[in-house]
Design a protein. Structure first.
Length: 501
């Protein structure tokens, strides 16, 4: 793509591009991805039902040896596989636009699987079909991780292709400079979404404005106003139109634009002016043929919170048992290092503002609290959160524990006691974060967690503004699936040791 400062033959100011060779390129890319995922889903589901059938009727003991070769078992496996693949399709789990949207695709995969086994169980009961519960249990317990792992590996391969410039959606933005900059900032934070902004049309464009708009994604060519959208799409080879200026186009203008773009293979995205609201909370409900966004309140009570508590108790209990030998060795190492206490206790702010005592392995010198004021002053302006990789109070053993996050292990007992969750916002010290409007109050709606969204997104290397945003996002949009994704990503974050100090 070459850019020159003159006005080109199409009346688009500021840029000259190679024309689009095929208006259906975006559609072909989506169909290619859909076929690839369908093939992988088919292979995965067939493998899972085979594993379940062999595991239940050939490996585990069975009272009826004839079941091993009974035709109805194989027939039910085929029916389960067909229903499973259908549900994955109905939940639109193979949509290319889901890639890079965090946990949304995984949530849909889990939802489709739950619906599959629910519907299958109802059919079995109504038709009185003989089927082993052990077979269904194996298929479910093997199938969910297998499908999620398959999607994860597919995303990694897709990410490599996008690094090479493949499977990218070329986006033309329509909106005021502020909305364009906001979208660009989001796309910079989510490169896995595969969007590349190639131009912008600004409503009520002032002829004196520059030919390029400075954004977090770099300088973007300004190609005109709302009257030049179709020409701009053609010369930029854009296959996606992101509209952040619906009020300027009007209802009739937007309708006519959609009609004209129907045969061009161009996706249209409407930016509603909302930020950090996840898909499960957004519902589109037409009223008199006008689509309306309904935003449901965040989950605070009910079965989901009960499931979160069960998840906390199960994972923390297993982790304590598995990590007991490691915790014993850490305690010995801390004691031998300087002879001080093994455990560090400190008051933190919990749910609803209630204070609790967090426990961690001690990583600083015994007199660390007395030296804190001098340390903060020597480090310069600390901002909202103070944490330094060069803190002189950290002991030799403590530096290793922080780098590997092993100092956090005793917090599992806080989880078992109910003052913390496995996943949640970072527990704040009383007074910390009070300078940020609504920050402490919003976070207090959830229990603090041993790990959280910003801990797996860069940890202490993240800017303060991003940490605050991620905490708000988690509190407003948490779900059991999001907790599972964060827990999984925590393992990778700990192994990488990036930002841990």
């Amino acid at each position: 793509m070459t850019i020159s400062p003159q006005v080109n033959h199409s009346g688009i100011r500021g840029a000259e591009f190679s024309p689009r060779p095929d208006g259906t390129r975006g559609l072909q890319r989506r169909q290619s991805y859909n076929r690839r995922v369908l093939l992988l889903d088919t292979l995965t589901v067939l493998t899972v039902v085979c594993v379940a059938q062999i595991g239940r009727f050939w490996i585990l003991p069975t009272a009826d040896a004839a079941e091993r070769s009974n035709w109805h078992v194989t027939g039910l496996s085929v029916a389960l596989a067909a229903l499973w693949l259908t549900m994955l399709g109905l939940q639109r789990t193979r949509d290319l636009s889901l890639v890079g949207q965090g946990a949304e695709e995984y949530r849909r995969v889990v939802s489709a699987t739950v619906w599959t086994f629910g519907v299958f169980a109802v059919i079995v009961v109504l038709l009185k079909l003989p089927i082993s519960r052990g077979y269904l249990a194996i298929a479910l317990l093997v199938g969910v991780p297998a499908l999620l792992l398959q999607r994860r590996l597919l995303h990694r391969e897709l990410g490599r292709q996008r690094d090479r410039g493949q499977f990218l959606s070329r986006v033309l933005m329509v909106g005021k400079p502020e909305s364009v900059r906001m979208l660009c900032e989001s796309l910079v934070r989510a490169p896995g979404a595969g969007y590349q902004i190639v131009g912008v049309c600004i409503p009520d464009l002032d002829p004196a404005d520059g030919e390029f708009l400075s954004t977090p994604a770099g300088s973007i060519p300004v190609l005109g106003d709302t009257s030049t959208i179709e020409n701009a799409l053609e010369i930029t080879a854009a296959d996606t139109l992101a509209v952040g200026a619906v009020e300027h186009l009007g209802i009739k203008g937007m309708q006519k634009l959609l009609w004209r773009l129907e045969s061009a293979g161009v996706d249209v995205m409407v930016v509603p002016g909302l930020a950090d609201v996840a898909g499960p909370r957004l519902q589109v409900r037409p009223i008199d043929n006008i689509p309306m966004f309904h935003i449901t309140p965040p989950i605070r009570e009910g079965y989901s919170t009960l499931a979160k508590r069960v998840f906390d108790l199960s994972l923390a209990g297993l982790a304590v048992i598995a990590a007991s030998p490691v915790m014993a060795l850490i305690a010995i190492a801390i004691k031998l290092d300087d002879g001080g206490p093994v455990i560090f206790r400190q008051q933190r702010v919990g749910r609803d503002g209630n204070l609790f005592r967090i426990i961690k392995f001690r990583t600083m010198t015994v007199d660390a609290e007395a030296k804190k004021t001098a340390e903060v002053a020597a480090a310069g302006p600390a901002g909202v959160f103070y944490k330094s990789a060069n803190d002189s109070r950290i002991t030799t053993v403590g530096r290793f524990l922080r780098a590997t996050s092993l100092d956090e292990l005793p917090q599992l007992f806080n989880v078992l006691a109910g003052s913390m969750s496995v996943v949640g916002p970072r527990p704040l010290v009383p007074g910390e974060g009070e300078s940020v409007e609504d920050f402490v109050e919003r976070r207090a709606r959830m229990k603090p967690g041993v790990t959280g969204l910003w801990q797996v997104s860069g940890r202490s290397d993240l800017p303060e503004e991003e940490r605050i945003r991620l905490d708000h996002y988690y509190v407003d949009n948490w779900s059991c699936v999001l907790d599972l994704v964060i827990t999984w990503r925590t393992v990778r974050a700990v192994l990488q040791r990036k930002g841990a100090y």
